[in-house]
Design a protein. Structure first.
Length: 201
């Protein structure tokens, strides 16, 4: 199975690696470089970084500080009946609540914002794949129900769009991303996935 565990130790290792935000630090550094390199001055750079912070504050803040404590939906991996039915790799589990997925919201928020900012096909594809990879790991590891993911994705789109509106309001113009920086971001994503797969063999 591709959701809620499998009998494959290789897929278990892949999911555990890919779900770790620390693995994606090189990609986040590439995104930061793209922002710094393509804005003409510090004011514009700070506006863009501030808009990204608004995006993450909305996506993660609303989810973790408001919705999860109100809904209190137990994660599938922590429901005893489900743990007996499905394999949870390495006993992986988080103690906070399930609804909705902050991973889905955060990654979809970033994908939406950078799509609106850069509008380069190769980078958009990489960011969408980044989101899909991460929501797959959350399902595979029993951290979420599908509805948690769907609502997280929707809220991510809203968060990224609102952050884009903030950026447009204060920025003096969208920069030209005609250089190779979007390709760099995509390359870092694909290299991270490939190296992770090789590491987990």
């Amino acid at each position: 199975m591709l959701f809620w565990g499998s009998d494959s130790e290789f897929i278990d290792r892949v999911a555990l690696c890919l779900t770790d935000p620390l693995l994606w630090i090189p990609l986040f550094v590439a995104l930061l470089y793209l922002v710094l390199h393509n804005h003409p001055n510090n004011r514009e750079r700070l506006i863009c970084i501030g808009a990204v912070c608004v995006c993450l504050a909305l996506s993660a803040g609303v989810c973790n500080l408001i919705v999860k404590p109100l809904v209190c939906r137990i994660r599938p991996c922590n429901v005893e009946e489900l743990r007996l039915m499905f394999h949870i790799p390495g006993g992986y589990g988080e103690k906070n609540y399930s609804f909705f997925s902050s991973h889905a919201a955060n990654y979809m928020g970033l994908t939406t914002f950078f799509f609106l900012l850069v509008k380069k096909k190769i980078m958009t594809v990489a960011m969408i794949l980044l989101t899909l990879v991460n929501i797959w790991t959350r399902l595979y590891l029993g951290q979420h129900y599908l509805s948690d993911i769907c609502v997280g994705l929707l809220w991510g789109v809203v968060s990224g769009t609102l952050a884009w509106q903030v950026y447009k309001k204060y920025s003096q113009g969208r920069p030209d991303f005609s250089n190779v920086d979007p390709l760099l971001v995509a390359s870092v994503f694909f290299a991270t996935v490939i190296l992770t797969l090789l590491y987990c063999i």
